[in-house]
Design a protein around this ligand. Structure first.
Ligand code: RB5
Length: 144
């Protein structure tokens, strides 16, 4: 897990959780890049989603994490990009399944929806869960 590279981004609505997630990644010695935003000033979530997803698609990052107020805008923006499988998760079961079954390469979170401790638990389990492949690989192939 410590070889994983993660690109992290948020708009103003997810800025505080982005900072907490970065602290968590630092404690876990996980390599990361911070794709902004860098303050609580209002900004546009699609621009941040594109920056994080570009890192994933180009291979500069293995996974991406996007946070906005609801997680919805980020997930819509991310899932429009070919090759991105973004999962908006509000519970750890879905987070685990999104990796094991869907091979999700981007996790989306809503700062105004879930508590911070739950968000960090979701990040933890999402980063630690591997794709199961097998029958799920065929289904993921069909997405493309
Ligand atoms: C910003 O106010 C809010 O719309 C944004 O963070 C996000 O929730 C959009 O989906």
């Amino acid at each position: 897990m410590d070889k994983l590279k993660v690109a992290v981004g948020s708009d103003h609505g997810g800025y505080e959780y982005k900072q907490s997630i970065i602290k968590y990644l630092q404690t876990q010695n996980i390599e990361y890049s911070d794709e902004g935003t860098h303050s609580k000033d209002s900004c546009d979530y699609p621009a941040i989603a594109h920056k994080v997803c570009e890192k994933v698609i180009s291979g500069k990052a293995d996974r991406g994490i996007l946070i906005c107020g609801t997680g919805i805008g980020m997930s819509i923006a991310a899932n429009k990009i070919k090759g991105i499988r973004a999962a908006l998760c509000g519970d750890t079961f879905s987070a685990k399944a999104s990796r094991a079954h869907n091979n999700a390469n981007v996790l989306c979170l809503g700062q105004r929806v879930i508590g911070e401790c739950l968000a960090l638990d979701i990040v933890d389990i999402w980063l630690k869960t591997d794709f199961e492949g097998g029958r799920h690989q065929n289904r993921v192939n069909m997405l493309e």
